[in-house]
Design a protein around this ligand. Structure first.
Ligand code: DGL
Length: 269
């Protein structure tokens, strides 16, 4: 049985690459909803409808477990999907919680009361939809006390990445970090709360300075998923991966190959 990995576009490949490295025997089906990316500027209802349609496509491809490797979908749609839409025999997981557990020094599923943690001033960089959902602050408040979060909506960055314009993407990162620092001059940690942003991790770290600890999701999600799947031997397959897109397969394959520096071939979803 394959594990589905979903993102609006290419960002979720940063998660897939780490998960696949950590779990080489699991089969994956990756779906990029490139025809509708970016999600980060859409309304919550729209994100919900698009995410359900994409996840249904992955269920139809034989995936009983789907990871939303997209913070925007995790923030704006996941809770509603789990409460009203996901069938009993399927699981849909998000990427927010593993990140917050790492930042608040918790093991997977530790639901003990909120407590003080090492970081106090946290900068969150995410899409406009993720920032306005306040899902990060909500999940954090269940686990930590005394953490001051300043969120910066990084308009334009996902579009630039999807277009392959990394010079523009880096310039936008510098300007979003400057804007964040005007609100919070000395963050001690930064969260890259969009799965596209690890492709720009060096630009974020350079603009923030070496003293800021940058948390990026791919490895944290891979660890947490490995933890989950190790208890489900039925998930072991042949280590195969298929890549589907709602956009132009040739164009998406070129960009994906450029980003991951290995051949990735998408077919039509
Ligand atoms: N990579 C996604 C995320 O983690 C989506 C970005 C977008 O489509 O705006 O938020």
């Amino acid at each position: 049985m394959a594990v589905g990995i979903f993102d609006s576009g290419l960002g979720g490949l940063t998660v897939w690459a780490k998960v696949q490295e950590r779990l080489p025997d699991v089969d994956f089906v990756y779906l990029a909803d490139s025809a509708h990316a970016p999600y980060g500027v859409r309304k919550p209802d729209d994100i919900y409808e698009l995410t359900c349609a994409a996840v249904q496509r992955l269920f139809d491809a034989g995936c009983d477990l789907v990871v939303l490797a997209c913070n925007t979908a995790s923030a704006a749609a996941l809770r509603r999907m789990q409460e009203t839409w996901v069938p009993r025999d399927k699981r849909v997981l998000g990427v927010f919680v593993p990140l917050i557990e790492a930042m608040t020094e918790r093991q997977w599923g530790d639901n003990s009361p909120p407590r003080e943690v090492a970081v106090n001033h946290v900068a969150l960089f995410a899409t406009p939809a993720t920032v306005s959902s306040r899902a990060f602050q909500r999940e954090l408040s269940f686990r930590a006390i005394g953490v001051d979060v300043e969120a910066q909506a990084c308009g334009g960055v996902v579009d630039a990445i999807e277009e392959g314009d990394m010079i523009l993407a880096e310039a936008l990162v510098r300007s979003h970090v400057d804007a964040l620092k005007r609100k919070m001059p000395e963050p001690d940690a930064a969260i890259l709360g969009c799965t596209h942003y690890p492709l720009l991790q060096e630009a974020f770290q350079a603009a923030l300075g070496p003293q800021v600890q940058v948390f990026s999701q791919a490895e944290l999600v891979a660890e947490s998923l490995a933890d989950y799947l190790e208890r489900r031997p039925e998930m072991i397959g042949k280590g195969e991966a298929a890549f589907l897109t709602t956009g132009d397969p040739a164009r998406v394959s070129d960009r994906a190959t450029q980003f991951l520096r290995r051949q990735i071939t998408f077919t039509a979803a």
